[in-house]
Design a protein. Structure first.
Length: 133
């Protein structure tokens, strides 16, 4: 996830939260990152609202809001009396979503600038290959 040290002391024990970004969104992104990196697998129990609130030293309602974002998107599923679990297919759903976001945030502006300076797609690909090695 995109984390930076907190300068207002609001970060939790194990991670710091970014200033200027909604905490509940950061909570949701941290859980997404855990699913993507495999540390939280499909079918596994996700951290509870209280666990997240305690770990990050935030209000449980804020943690719940982050979890509910993922429930609404089908990434987490509620099992009554047991907690929240990673939904089947969540990993691939997140990968697809993140790839589309990557394209929109990075590739689209890069290609627009490339066109503006007279570079075609092949020239951009060559530039990327040279810098990747």
């Amino acid at each position: 996830m995109r984390q930076q040290p907190s300068q207002n002391g609001s970060g939790g024990e194990g991670t710091s939260m970014e200033e200027g970004r909604a905490l509940f969104v950061q909570i949701a992104e941290q859980i997404e990152d855990s699913i993507l990196d495999g540390s939280l697998g499909e079918g596994e129990r996700a951290p509870s609202t209280n666990e997240l609130a305690s770990f990050h030293r935030i209000n449980p309602a804020t943690a719940a809001k982050g979890i509910n974002l993922l429930v609404d998107r089908g990434i987490l599923v509620k099992r009554r009396g047991l907690g929240m679990f990673v939904a089947e297919g969540a990993h691939e759903q997140l990968r697809t979503s993140r790839r589309e976001t990557f394209a929109e945030q990075y590739l689209d502006p890069m290609l627009a600038e490339a066109r503006a300076v007279g570079l075609d797609v092949d020239a951009v690909i060559d530039m990327i290959r040279r810098r990747a090695t």
